[in-house]
Design a protein around this ligand. Structure first.
Ligand code: CDP
Length: 198
């Protein structure tokens, strides 16, 4: 069975948490596409060459979750040739047998416009910055400023800007527990799963 769940949304909205939970629940494979852009940014040198030669070792680096790596990712992600180099891998992953969940910024709009389920996971900037601060520590007001700046760059770029697909279900997690947000995402997938015979 091919079945794709596309999850998009701004920084630290809870896409990864929901994506991992859906993958575990339904036995789907999960791809955090932000990691691809983080690895390109962290590799240094020419970002287009870095994207074209990305390998498993690049994705296994220990420093990809930092705020600095997120910032570098968002800069290289605005380059059309970088995005183009990563399209085939993501589309192949999305249509693998057994089902797939991909989270990122342009999954429902550009990578998998045919995805069976599209979720747009968001939350207020304050809530998202607080979550990132709980995860990474550091200066809270600086984290908020970086989250806001990164959102503006991701939404304002000309190639594949962050936006909800017209047919996406929006999940605002500002006031939701992880359990409630996940339960809503599970219900959205269950509503679209092909019914088993017998
Ligand atoms: O974890 P967080 O939501 O903070 O970020 P991420 O999903 O790891 O993505 C890091 C950066 O990569 C984003 O700010 C985007 O600029 C870029 N990105 C993208 O352009 N398209 C994607 N499908 C995924 C990430």
């Amino acid at each position: 069975m091919q079945f794709t769940v596309a999850i998009d949304g701004p920084a630290a909205a809870g896409k990864g948490t929901i994506g991992r939970a859906l993958a575990a629940r339904f036995g789907f494979a999960h791809l955090d596409t932000g990691l691809l852009y983080r690895a390109v940014g962290a590799k240094g040198g020419d970002p287009v060459l870095a994207a074209q030669s990305l390998n498993a070792d690049d994705l296994a680096r220990g420093d990809l979750r930092s705020m600095a790596a997120g910032e570098a990712a968002s800069r290289v992600a605005a380059i059309a040739q970088v995005r183009a180099a990563l399209v085939d891998y993501q589309r192949g992953f999305a249509r693998r047998m057994g089902g797939a969940v991909l989270d990122g910024r342009d999954i429902g709009t550009v990578i998998c416009p045919q995805a069976e389920v599209k979720l747009y996971v968001t939350a207020s900037a304050d809530v998202r910055a607080h979550r990132r601060w709980m995860e990474l520590g550091g200066d809270a007001s600086q984290i908020l400023a970086e989250v806001i700046a990164r959102d503006a760059r991701d939404m304002g770029r000309s190639d594949a800007p962050l936006r909800a697909a017209d047919d996406a279900i929006t999940l605002d997690t500002s006031a939701l527990t992880i359990e409630t947000a996940t339960a809503r995402a599970v219900a959205a997938v269950e509503a679209k799963l092909p019914r088993r015979l017998g």
